[in-house]
Design a protein around this ligand. Structure first.
Ligand code: 4NP
Length: 170
């Protein structure tokens, strides 16, 4: 009987988290996955997205978010909204909050967890530490603005994953 191949290193797991998981974090999820794939890191880094709230659980992406991604050439068809739970936080190596409110909520949930929880835009080289503003109650411009921030931040984040200053050692 042949044995299964030895398991490789588990991936470095990243969660991106906003409020509803239908606009910002799904957009970040789609862009990050594509950039990670393009960088040849798909086996080493895994990305998922969640909301701190559960109102939209099971729903696809907001149509405006999906249209913005589709216009820019991304595939926005696979998303279903999920709410993160306190116990799930420790499944991740890095949890990235879209804004300061999301960060406070996650830190409150995380007592006792050693997971690295911080703002997504800590990795935005041009404006580190700023919020990704909630586009839900605004117009189409807000979604374009979110995509620009997400793409710029993805560039900074994937550079760190590629040069080995972020991720699983070895
Ligand atoms: P998201 O946007 O947090 O970027 O997914 C929102 C989606 C829904 C609501 C708020 C923000 N909501 O209040 O239902």
């Amino acid at each position: 009987m042949t044995s299964p191949p030895p398991a490789g290193n588990p991936p470095f797991r990243i969660a991106v988290v906003c409020l509803g998981n239908i606009c910002r974090s799904p957009m970040a999820d789609v862009v990050l996955r594509e950039r990670i794939d393009d960088a040849g890191l798909a086996e080493k880094v895994a990305v998922e997205s969640f909301g701190t709230g559960g109102w939209h659980r099971g729903n696809p992406m907001d149509t405006r978010a999906a249209a913005t991604l589709t216009r820019a050439g991304y595939d926005a068809t696979n998303h279903r909204a999920r709410q993160i739970t306190a116990s799930q936080l420790s499944d991740f190596d890095l949890v990235l909050a879209m804004d300061g409110d999301n960060l406070s909520d996650l830190l409150r949930m995380s007592s006792g967890s050693t997971t690295d929880i911080r703002l997504f835009r800590d990795f935005d080289l041009t404006n580190a530490g700023a919020d990704v503003p909630d586009p839900y109650y605004g117009g189409a411009d807000g979604f374009e603005e979110v995509l620009a921030m997400v793409e710029r931040t993805a560039t900074g984040l994937v550079a760190r994953l590629s040069d080995g200053t972020l991720g699983r050692p070895g």
